[in-house]
Design a protein around this ligand. Structure first.
Ligand code: S3P
Length: 178
């Protein structure tokens, strides 16, 4: 269904709070690439916040918007793409990203994720009575999907700068065909 791979972009996948935004911005800066975030694109396209879409229209409506953005990304070049945490659960999204991007998954433990997201309120899936349990549950359910990335990077013991350097290094290796 999808053609041969042509690695002109980097896509960062991974759970909320694993550092996709900060790592993505820095990697883009180092490569002189554009940076985009699928959640930002959805918010710009709809003029609404992610929370508003989840609350009023429900998660399936959000996932449909996400799928549409992924399809539009196929025309991008020289771009670092940070993706929403649930995006690769749809195998069609991951397959589409892989046609044009090196897919790098950023990984952290549930404890580290909680530490990073606990003071932020903009993630509707964590508006839960027990957000820590929710993180563990979602992470376990998504692990098999995240592991379909080309590269898996544990961000737990590394600085944003170190992770960004790893991402850039892997991309240069893969894009040059080794
Ligand atoms: C989601 C993660 C969020 C955002 C939405 C749903 C998820 O993105 O897409 O709240 O399903 O894990 P971040 O991973 O950038 O927080």
């Amino acid at each position: 269904m999808h053609g041969p791979r042509h690695l002109v972009n980097i896509a960062l996948i991974g759970f909320m709070g694993t550092g996709k935004t900060s790592v993505g911005r820095l990697a883009a800066e180092q490569l002189h690439y554009d940076y985009i975030d699928t959640d930002d694109v959805i918010q710009t396209n709809t003029g609404r916040s992610i929370t508003d879409i989840f609350t009023k229209d429900g998660e399936p409506a959000f996932r449909a918007l996400e799928e549409k953005v992924v399809a539009e990304l196929t025309s991008r070049t020289r771009t670092v793409i940070a993706t929403g945490g649930g995006l690769p659960v749809n195998p069609e999204n991951l397959a589409s990203l892989k046609t044009h991007a090196l897919v790098v998954c950023l990984w952290s433990s549930p404890e580290k994720i909680w530490e990073r997201v606990r003071h932020q309120g903009h993630r509707p899936l964590l508006h839960d009575e027990n957000p820590q349990a929710k993180i563990r549950e979602l992470l376990a359910a998504r692990e098999p999907f995240y592991k379909n990335a080309d590269v898996l990077l544990n961000t737990e013991l590394r600085s944003v700068r170190e992770v960004a350097q790893q991402v850039v290094h892997q991309f240069r290796l893969e894009a040059s065909g080794r």
